[in-house]
Design a protein around this ligand. Structure first.
Ligand code: GAL
Length: 374
């Protein structure tokens, strides 16, 4: 199929997927019409999410959609199935509908410069959602959790739980990193590796697979494309088959829950049992399956990012932009996207372990006790 035909097909697919995705938010209300068909109140806001295949993005899209519609905006929520070209086409289609703001959780933060130039030419403001968009001046704001802190919390949890500062060790560690096209992944890894690498260098943490990046910049060498659980599972299978004859892994640095799920499935398939021999496995996002694994003793912790508060903050920023008010940010130093330091709002991530699952995730209404089998 010629590139032209492929792009045409993609445009139709994106348009159709956009329309179908629009109506299938968690609230199951139509997302292409907000307050009144004309969408007069507030105008149109675009919401471009990366995929529905990872749980959190469904929640992010649905919550933000609900908030903006309740505030009187019309919305167009689209999910791009982790396909960069599809996301670009979806954003182009949004631009053609002349929204006031487009909120973008990018798949590849380096691939959007041309389409965001079109948005800027049309005077449309862009908020990067959760993942920074790089290599373009046409990103107006960024809203996220403190990504470096996410990794730091994972690293600190490992050090504390193993008792590395109390003379314990050595322990066998297998480190993983996130998707090489996700700007967040380098911050997650840097936060964790700044804590853990000194223990690797001192021999307190041993990496039998030798997949220990020498520096933070080498994180992509252990990156898992698309945050795929299946890829993480195969990688863990390979490491256990190749480097663990007669030995056990004691701790796995997993940057998020989708990787952790695959790693846990690998451990189980190799005969590891929850309890004393089950390694510490870290995670992020408090996905439902992983929260259940934490309760079952198959995951030690997750770094919870209450996506409702991220949505709340972004909805506030949208409103401030549309009303011409000063947009609330709390970080104007950290996130240099190669063209400028993007004014950002960072939210605090929270460690969740088995003993605080109820307090953090049930009492806050993020999950019902019933959903967690509690
Ligand atoms: C990251 C996000 C994480 C994790 C991952 C997988 O960018 O910050 O929370 O979910 O994507 O989608």
């Amino acid at each position: 199929m010629s590139k032209k035909k492929l792009l045409a097909a993609l445009s139709v697919a994106a348009l159709l997927s956009g329309l179908t995705a629009c109506s299938s938010t968690r609230s199951d209300s139509s997302s292409s019409s907000g307050a009144g068909a004309s969408g007069a109140a507030g105008g149109l806001i675009g919401i471009a999410m990366p995929t529905r295949s990872l749980e959190r993005w469904n929640n992010d899209g649905a919550h933000l959609d609900d908030l903006l519609k309740k505030a009187g905006y019309t919305t167009s929520v689209q999910f791009a199935d982790n396909k960069v070209e599809q996301q670009i086409t979806q954003i182009e289609n949004m631009i053609n509908q002349n929204p006031k703001v487009i909120v973008v959780a990018s798949i590849d933060g380096t691939a959007l410069s041309p389409v965001l130039k079109k948005a800027a030419d049309a005077k449309i403001k862009i908020i990067a959602y959760d993942r920074l968009i790089n290599g373009t001046p046409n990103v107006d704001y960024y809203a996220t959790f403190d990504n470096y802190q996410v990794g730091k919390l994972q690293g600190e949890y490992i050090v504390k739980t193993l008792g590395l500062d109390q003379g314990k060790g050595p322990f066998n560690l297998e480190p993983f990193a996130g998707s090489p096209d996700d700007n967040n992944a380098k911050f997650f890894f840097a936060g964790a590796w700044d804590v853990l690498n000194p223990y690797v260098k001192s021999g307190k943490l041993v990496v039998p697979s030798k997949k220990a990046p020498a520096t933070n910049d080498d994180w992509k060498s252990i990156g898992i494309q698309g945050w795929s659980s299946q890829t993480a599972q195969s990688e863990m299978d390979n490491r256990l088959n190749s480097f663990y004859a007669g030995k056990k892994v004691n701790v796995v640095l997993s940057p998020n829950d989708s990787l952790a799920l695959g790693i846990e499935q690998s451990l189980e398939s190799k005969g590891y049992k929850p309890g004393a021999e089950w390694p510490i496995v870290t995670g992020q996002d408090a996905d439902l399956a992983n929260t259940k694994n934490i309760i079952a003793g198959k995951q030690a912790m997750t770094v919870w990012k209450d996506t409702r508060s991220l949505g709340d903050q972004v909805a506030k920023m949208v409103d401030q932009i549309v009303k011409g008010e000063k947009v609330e940010v709390n970080d104007e130093k950290t996130y240099n996207n190669g063209n400028k330091v993007v004014p950002s709002y960072l939210l605090p991530p929270i460690v969740v372990t088995k003993d605080v699952v109820k307090e953090k995730l049930v009492d806050s209404g993020f999950y019902t006790a019933d959903k967690l089998g509690l």
